[in-house]
Design a protein around this ligand. Sequence first.
Ligand SMILES: Cc1cc2nc3c(=O)[nH]c(=O)nc-3n(C[C@H](O)[C@H](O)[C@H](O)COP(=O)(O)OP(=O)(O)OC[C@H]3O[C@@H](n4cnc5c(N)ncnc54)[C@H](O)[C@@H]3O)c2cc1C
Length: 300
Amino acid sequence: MYDVIIIGGGPAGLNAAMLLGRSRRKVVVFDGGKPRNRWAASLNGFLTSDGMHPGEFLQRGKAELSKYGVEMKETEVSSATYSKGQFVVNDADENVYRSRKLLLATGLKDNLPELEGLEPLYGKSVHHCPYCDGWESRDKAIAVYGPKRKGIGQALAMKNWSNGVTLYTDGTNTLRRADLELLELNGVKVCTQKIQRLEGEEGMLQYIVLEGGEKRPQQALFFSLGTKQQSSLGEQLGCEFTSKGVIKTRKLQHSNIPGLFVAGDAARDMQMVVVAAAEGARAGVAINMELQREERKKVS
Ligand SMILES: Cc1cc2nc3c(=O)[nH]c(=O)nc-3n(C[C@H](O)[C@H](O)[C@H](O)COP(=O)(O)OP(=O)(O)OC[C@H]3O[C@@H](n4cnc5c(N)ncnc54)[C@H](O)[C@@H]3O)c2cc1C
């Protein structure tokens, strides 16, 4: 019987494990090895780790945990249930583990544009988050991908980082007259033609090739097409979700299920490594405090 099972060994899960390990709790972390930013060339915007490779960040985290006796299992969890104050977790090899508390730190995955040539560029010159990668794209020729009216907000926002912003609606033509006026007024160009493919070298976008063959020089592409939960465990356990598909949490990362906490991208809040790590720390402390309250002898 573990005090805490943590599912997900990204920044949220690892930071929770650190606080719980330091609180002398018996903790196991399961991790399937698919952190959301695994395509990224660098992790930006985290004080003291700015520009570090995301893989190195996680390796350092795991090395720091080793002195606190936290168990690490590099495997997927296939199911989790809760009954009578106990969590039962099955891993991919059908081993069974039990715990008093459970933390889901299973992250999200991004809906990517379906564009030929995107994969080798993703995380290097194709991005979704300007706060993570806008600085590296500053003053470049930035394309924003957004069919229908989906890219308007991001195209306007990217003007913060470059004067050369073009919105590509990829063969859709539903921008309203007021949208076009707003974009023009703010210096955003618009291209409604269908995109055939992206071309680049060594991860760096060079051209957007339109149907018909026209090649438009572009050095970075941003998109914002939403996300999905990486794991269905939240649903299995009966968690409540927001309309955006993240798990509803209360002040200290509690979910609606007793003893079940959620931290990082899977939970409601800003989706960045430093925020995920902070939520993990908050969940770690909240879980330990809940265990302390349950263990304390009461004056009769
Ligand atoms: C391309 C890209 C670049 C980014 N760049 C930055 C950046 O520069 N700066 C920044 O702050 N943020 C960046 N982000 C956002 C950042 O990746 C996330 O905010 C952060 O990873 C969230 O941490 P997390 O611990 O919640 O989830 P994750 O890091 O996604 O970790 C979740 C872990 O849970 C595991 N898992 C899921 N389901 C199971 C299961 N059933 N069993 C076992 N394990 C499971 C996964 O395998 C994964 O390892 C970027 C995102 C992307 C996509």
